[in-house]
Design a protein around this ligand. Structure first.
Ligand SMILES: Cc1ncc(COP(=O)(O)O)c(C=O)c1O
Length: 397
C-alpha cells in the first residue's frame, strides 16, 4: 500500500510566523540579483569601482546628504563618521546606553570615551533633555560629539540635538544603521548631522548579501577624507597621508544593494502598514495602548512615535509585561521574536572600565527587561500579524 505523507493543511502552513523571512524578498527579485552578481563577475572588478560609486550617488540622493562613501560594514561606517567629524584620541562622545554594541565600540575604536546617557521612556531614543541638564551642570572634558541612534527606524529628536550641538559646539554623528529611508521633519536620516552611518547587514531594511555599510555627510571635505580613510589613508595608490584601515566595500554587495534600492520606499511603506495593523489589532484585543507612562497598566505597550518622525519600522517593538514568559509562549507557538537589547551598554562587561553600575541609567535598564520585537518584514501578511496578536491575547488570557 502506498503511504501518503499528510498534505499540510492551511492551518499547518500558516503556523510559523518568522521574525524575518528574507527568502520571500529574494523570490521576487531573484533574476535581477543573479544578473547583477553576474555583471560584477563578468567585469572581474570586485572592490570599489563603478558599482560602489553608483550606489554612493544613489544613497546620497536618497538621504539628501552631500556625499556618501561605501564601506565594509555599519561598524566601519561609524568609525569613519566619527573620525571625519573630528573625534580624536582622548575625546569624549555622548551616546545612548540602549543600542547595539557597535554604536559605542566605534567610539572606543576612534580612541575616544563613550559617555552613556539614558533614553526617553516613550521612544527609547537618546534623551536630549537629560543631556542638556547634564551638560549645563558639568561638561565632560574634551567632549567633541553626540552620537544619537535612530533606534528601530525612528529618528531621535533632532531638533533638540541641533540645539545642544549649537549651544555646546558639538558635532552630531548619526547612527542611522536601522533607519534608511527614515525622516525627521521631511529631511532624510543621514543628512541630519555632519556625518551618519548606515548598515546593510542582511537583516536591515536595505540589506546586502554579506556585510556592507555606507557613511553619508553634509560636508564635501569630510566625504573626501572618509574616502581616504576607508582605503588606508591613501589619496593615491601606495602613498599614505594618515592611518586609515581597509574598510572598502565589495562591488558584489553594491550591485545587490542597487537592485534592492528602487524597492526600498515600497518596502518601508509596507512595514508602516504592518505597524498600523499591529497597533489596531492590539488595541482591538484590549491588550495595548501606545506607551505614555510607566503608570499605564496595559500588558503590551508599543513604543511612542514622534510626530516629526517618519518611522520606517526596522523593528516593531513593544514593552511587555512578563516579557520572557511571553517570548517563550510565542516560541512554543512557532512565532519569532527578539530582544533588542537584553543588557544596556553601560552594564556590558567590556565597558566596566567606565565604572557605571546597575541603577545608573534606569530607563534603559527597565527597557532591557521589557522590550520585545515582533515579526516585521515587508512581505509579512495580515493573517500572520493577526495570528501573532491572537497568540499574545491567548497568553494574557
Ligand atoms: C544601531 C546599530 N549600529 C551599528 C550597527 C553595526 O552595523 P554592522 O553590523 O553592519 O557592522 C548596527 C547593526 O547591526 C546597529 O543596529
Amino acid at each position: 500500500m502506498k503511504t501518503v505523507s499528510p498534505t499540510p493543511t492551511h492551518r499547518d502552513a500558516a503556523v510559523a510566523v518568522p521574525l524575518l523571512d528574507l527568502r520571500r524578498q529574494y523570490e521576487g527579485i531573484r533574476e535581477e540579483i543573479l544578473a547583477a552578481i553576474a555583471r560584477v563577475c563578468d567585469s572581474q572588478g570586485f572592490i570599489l569601482g563603478p558599482e560602489v560609486e553608483a550606489l554612493e550617488r544613489e544613497i546620497a540622493a536618497l538621504t539628501g546628504a552631500i556625499g556618501a562613501v561605501g564601506c565594509a560594514s555599519g561598524t566601519e561606517a561609524l568609525w569613519l563618521a566619527l573620525v571625519a567629524a573630528g573625534v580624536q584620541p582622548g575625546d569624549c562622545v555622548i551616546t545612548t546606553a540602549f543600542s547595539f554594541f557597535a554604536s559605542a565600540s566605534a567610539i572606543v575604536r576612534a580612541g575616544a570615551t563613550p559617555v552613556f546617557m539614558d533614553v526617553d521612556p516613550g521612544t527609547l531614543n537618546l534623551d536630549a533633555a537629560l543631556i542638556g541638564k547634564h551638560l549645563a551642570a558639568k561638561r565632560p572634558k574634551n567632549l567633541r560629539a553626540i552620537l544619537p541612534v535612530h533606534l528601530y527606524g525612528q529618528c531621535a529628536d533632532m531638533d533638540a540635538f541641533h540645539q545642544l550641538a549649537e549651544e555646546f559646539s558639538l558635532a552630531i554623528v548619526e547612527d542611522a544603521a536601522q533607519a534608511i529611508g527614515a525622516e525627521w521633519r521631511g529631511r532624510g536620516a543621514g543628512s541630519l548631522g555632519v556625518t551618519a552611518a548606515f548598515s546593510f547587514y542582511p537583516t536591515k531594511n536595505l540589506s546586502a548579501y554579506g556585510d556592507a555599510g555606507i557613511v553619508t555627510t553634509t560636508c564635501p571635505e569630510m566625504a573626501d577624507h572618509m574616502r581616504r580613510l576607508r582605503n588606508h589613508g591613501s589619496p593615491r595608490r601606495y602613498y599614505h597621508d594618515e592611518f586609515g584601515w581597509n574598510g572598502r566595500m565589495d562591488a558584489i554587495q553594491a550591485a545587490v544593494l542597487r537592485v534592492k534600492l528602487p524597492h526600498l520606499a515600497n518596502w518601508n511603506h509596507r512595514r508602516q502598514q504592518h505597524a498600523a495593523t499591529y497597533d489596531r489589532l492590539l488595541a482591538e484585543a484590549g491588550l495595548a495602548s501606545t506607551f505614555t507612562s510607566n503608570a499605564d497598566a496595559s500588558p503590551v505597550r508599543p513604543l511612542a512615535r514622534s510626530p516629526e518622525a517618519t518611522h520606517v519600522f526596522h523593528q516593531y517593538v513593544v514593552r511587555a509585561a512578563r516579557r520572557d514568559e511571553l517570548r517563550q509562549f510565542l516560541a512554543d507557538h512557532k512565532i519569532g521574536s527578539e530582544i533588542y537589547y537584553p543588557l544596556p551598554l553601560h552594564l556590558q562587561p567590556a565597558f566596566s572600565y567606565l565604572g557605571l553600575k546597575a541603577g545608573d541609567l534606569p530607563v534603559a535598564e527597565q527597557a532591557a527587561r521589557e522590550v520585545l520585537a515582533l515579526p516585521m518584514f515587508p512581505e509579512l501578511t495580515e493573517p500572520e500579524i493577526r495570528r501573532v496578536v491572537e497568540t499574545i491575547a491567548e497568553f494574557y488570557g
